[in-house]
Design a protein around this ligand. Sequence first.
Ligand SMILES: Nc1nc2c(ncn2[C@@H]2O[C@H](COP(=O)(O)OP(=O)(O)OP(=O)(O)O)[C@@H](O)[C@H]2O)c(=O)[nH]1
Ligand SMILES: [Mg+2]
Length: 343
Amino acid sequence: MGSRFEGLDESEVELHELNILVVGCGGGGCNSIHRLNHIGIEAATTMAVNTDQKSLKATDCPNRLLLGAEYTKGLGTGGRPDVGEECALNASPMLSRIFQGVDLTFIITGLGGGTGTGASPVMADIARRCGSMVISIATTPFSFEGNHRRNVALKGLKRLRESSNSLLVLDNDRLLHMVDNLPVDQGLAIIDQLISELIKGTVDALTTPSLINLDFADLRTIMEQGGVSTILYGENADPEAVVRDALENPLLDVDIHGGTGALIHITGGSNLTMRRANRIVASITKVLDDEATVKFGVRVEEEMEGSIRMIAVVTGISEVHGPLAPTVIPGDDLGRILGKYGP
Ligand SMILES: Nc1nc2c(ncn2[C@@H]2O[C@H](COP(=O)(O)OP(=O)(O)OP(=O)(O)O)[C@@H](O)[C@H]2O)c(=O)[nH]1
Ligand SMILES: [Mg+2]
């Protein structure tokens, strides 16, 4: 009689390796991808997409896709989202091929211009049609860029929200606020760094064996909570200070009280005990909805000696307060898009 465990040789099961693609779209998106490639992200493939050949050539990325060469002659859209959209639609067959077999797609874009605003939602649509889960990370323009750009961005935001599984909105004004008194180009560099670290942190959390692993199913569960997402970020030697910093500095000024999901990733040196990690998770969970789904991962890294870093994605948020609030009045598009004021 054969063993009860006959045929259960795990070595015969081929493990599906997570296929992650990070796409930067338009000038701003490509700058983020450029930075992401500089900090290095082994577990994901990166791709830069633009209608502007010059800007694309300046982007350090192993995969670069020029959209709409026949329309724009590689010169960009001149700020027209309809042209950006047309260029992406025209590249549908190629994009479908690119997104084939991708499990998770991040689309990074700066909204307000023509390429990112017009092309990103089309790419998100195609990626989802190919079976990928899509997380979009979009910045809204600085107020000094003017009302026109803002209105363009708001329309794009609505489209991107509809076409992505989850949309993370970062308000440039607020980001700049966090890094007070810096010239704009340095401010942008910091924004790109932050977006890159966030994506790298999430990808690493999903793909690197950790003390407590986060897996793709966890991410899916959290991202499917819908609503608006935000990121909390804190780094300090003391767990309490990590939470305080993170809660006092949400990148989008939303109230996370009542958030319905959180994916928390904690990295630290050898001083990161389970007890300390648990304290951080408990403090974040406390401010969320009673029924919130919380998943967390913990990793020890030599370089983090003496410090603890937390990156949390909180989903299912509906309230917008603070510096963003004056632009969010009943009936305002941003308010509607962010879900504050009904449909
Ligand atoms: N994060 C980041 N955002 C940027 C950067 N440059 C511009 N942005 C933001 O992104 C928005 C869109 O600008 P671009 O990305 O240059 O526009 P585009 O998508 O290339 O569109 P067109 O050039 O009009 O075809 C701007 O309004 C800025 O708010 C950058 O280097 N990094
Ligand atoms: Mg451009």
